[in-house]
Design a protein around this ligand. Structure first.
Ligand code: 4NP
Length: 158
């Protein structure tokens, strides 16, 4: 018997130091808790190039730590053409991420490009950027992503 192919999920945000690293770490924990880790390949990337090679923002690392999730080993990378063939789902934090990702999509890619909260929870809203938006705290963003990760798992395994 051969193993069934994994569902490959790539989380995208602008900088890949706040929201998408949290989404990668939280969704990984969500699938582990559900006993489904072997069914998924999970990664994250940026549309921008400012932070390539850097670890996540300290506040993102601390917030994840507080919830016993270690994201400190992640390193920022930029989305590349191969990602459009390697990943089944490219899950974006906001609409500008979607526009940036769509602009890079190569011919022949079958990846589904989705807005995270819309796809996971049926809510047509962005995950607010705690790096740029002083009104959104890292803890609030954590809770939102944790909730959406459960919805995403349900959607992808239904
Ligand atoms: P993220 O937040 O997209 O959630 O990682 C940002 C981090 C850095 C920048 C913008 C957004 N930046 O402009 O450096």
């Amino acid at each position: 018997m051969t193993a069934s192919p994994k569902i490959a999920v790539l989380f995208i945000c602008l900088g890949n130091i706040c929201r998408s690293p949290l989404a990668e770490g939280i969704f990984r924990q969500t699938v582990m808790r559900a006993g489904k880790a072997e069914q998924f390949q999970i990664d994250s990337a940026a549309t921008g190039s400012w932070h390539i090679g850097n670890p996540p923002d300290e506040r993102a690392i601390e917030t994840a730590d507080y919830h016993n999730i270690d994201i400190g080993g992640q390193r920022c990378r930029r989305i590349d053409k191969d990602d459009f063939h390697r990943f089944d789902f490219i899950i974006c934090m906001d609409r500008s991420n979607i526009a940036n990702v769509e602009a890079l999509r190569p011919a022949g890619s079958k990846a589904k490009i989705e807005l995270f909260l819309q796809f996971a929870l049926g809510r047509n809203q962005p995950v607010p950027d705690p790096y740029l938006d002083m009104n959104s705290s890292f803890e609030e963003v954590f809770q939102l992503i944790e909730n959406a990760s459960l919805g995403l798992l349900t959607r992808l395994t239904a």
